[in-house]
Design a protein around this ligand. Structure first.
Ligand code: UD1
Length: 332
């Protein structure tokens, strides 16, 4: 069984990927510093998979410990999730983002180089396209100037991987992951007030938040609210397994990027309406001002992931909002 180091493996996307790796006969070794998650996730992963899982509480910036872990286990490849992701916070505290997201990546690649490990899958984002001239965006669409330090860390991260010639790297550009595992044992659990739309919706439905503010309804879209490509986190997790398979099958590849989205765009109001319809819950919402830095519309051309990785999204929006709500209810 191949050992895969998963940094940030107890986080939202990381934990779902650990489940899929085990389902596909990989052995994930998790490191996570618990800066934005809870150790309880580890027990839940064991419950879902019925497997013991090796875990280290470790910061990716600690190169010496990383090197030790890579040497201890015969690691075939790394999936690197460990990073901060709040766009607004990154504007306020840019150095926190450069330290963790860039410093962490450099630390990890240094440890990999020392241990002669070259296979890596990197969490990138559709944020690298900025406000695209048109959608769907393909991987060859222009990279626009990042609108936040967070976005910049994803652009620079891709460049660093490309410049490290010894690597066999894949960057997955995620669109908007939502939803939760069908067991409702793992899901997205933001600490504090959520920044992202769907956790805000589920917490409002649960009575934790009074109402949702829709950030602007004067955009040039069908109902005036922003359009995004929402993707089920389980589909996204499966894309990582496909990326690891692809790297293993193409040992002489150096660097590739793939869009991971469904190819469908939905407005904020469509998400709210679908949530209400599927879960039979009325949501309290108001229309507010635009959020600074928001992109008007973006959705993916995912032909490359389909043709090269053999990956396709399988779960629809109804499943996404249904599983998100079941996860939220399971928390209480
Ligand atoms: C952004 C980035 C994404 C990044 C993510 C990390 C883009 C296009 N996407 O996602 O790459 O990984 O941040 O957090 O840059 N909304 C409301 N009310 C709310 C919350 C959100 O109306 O309370 C709206 C937003 O205006 C947006 C949509 O919901 O139109 C989705 O927002 P969110 O979930 O925060 O994700 P993005 O900003 O798209």
């Amino acid at each position: 069984m191949k050992n895969i180091l998963v940094t940030g493996g107890l986080g939202y996307i990381g934990s779902h990927t650990v489940v899929e790796l085990i389902a596909h006969n990989y052995n994930p070794i998790i490191i996570d510093d618990l800066s934005n998650t809870n150790i309880e996730v580890l027990e839940r992963l064991k419950k879902i998979t019925g497997k013991e899982i090796t875990y280290y509480k470790n910061d990716v910036c600690d190169t010496a410990t990383l090197t030790h872990i890579l040497n201890t286990h015969h690691i075939e490849g790394v999936i690197h999730f460990a990073a901060f992701k709040a766009v607004g916070e990154s504007v306020q505290f840019p150095l926190k983002y450069y330290h963790n997201n860039i410093g962490g990546l450099v630390s990890l690649i240094s440890a990999m180089e020392a241990c002669q490990i070259k296979n890596i899958v990197f969490s990138s984002s559709c944020t690298v396209y900025g406000e695209p001239d048109f959608s769907p965006v393909g991987e060859l669409s222009p990279i626009k100037k990042a609108s936040s330090p967070y976005g910049n860390t994803k652009q620079i991260g891709e460049e660093i991987l490309n410049e490290c010639a010894f690597l066999n790297a894949v960057a997955l550009r995620y669109f908007n992951p939502i939803g939760a595992h069908e067991s409702a044992l793992i899901g997205e659990l933001p600490l504090g007030v959520p920044n992202n739309l769907v956790p805000f919706i589920t917490q409002t439905a649960a009575g934790i938040r009074e109402k949702i503010t829709v950030y602007g309804n004067d955009y040039n879209t069908k109902d005036g609210t922003c359009v995004r490509d929402y993707i089920h986190v389980v589909d996204l997790a499966k894309a990582h397994v496909k990326a690891i398979d692809f790297i293993n099958q193409n040992p002489n590849n150096h660097f590739d990027v793939f869009n991971i989205g469904t190819g469908n765009g939905f407005t904020v109001l469509e998400i709210i309406e679908t949530f209400e319809k599927v879960n039979q819950i009325k949501l309290n919402y108001t229309i507010g001002a635009r959020r600074v830095g928001d992109v008007e519309k973006v959705w993916a051309n995912n032909d490359k992931a389909s043709n090269v990785l053999g990956w396709q999204a399988e779960l629809n929006l109804e499943k996404m909002v249904e599983s998100a709500w079941r996860w939220q209810q399971h928390l209480h």
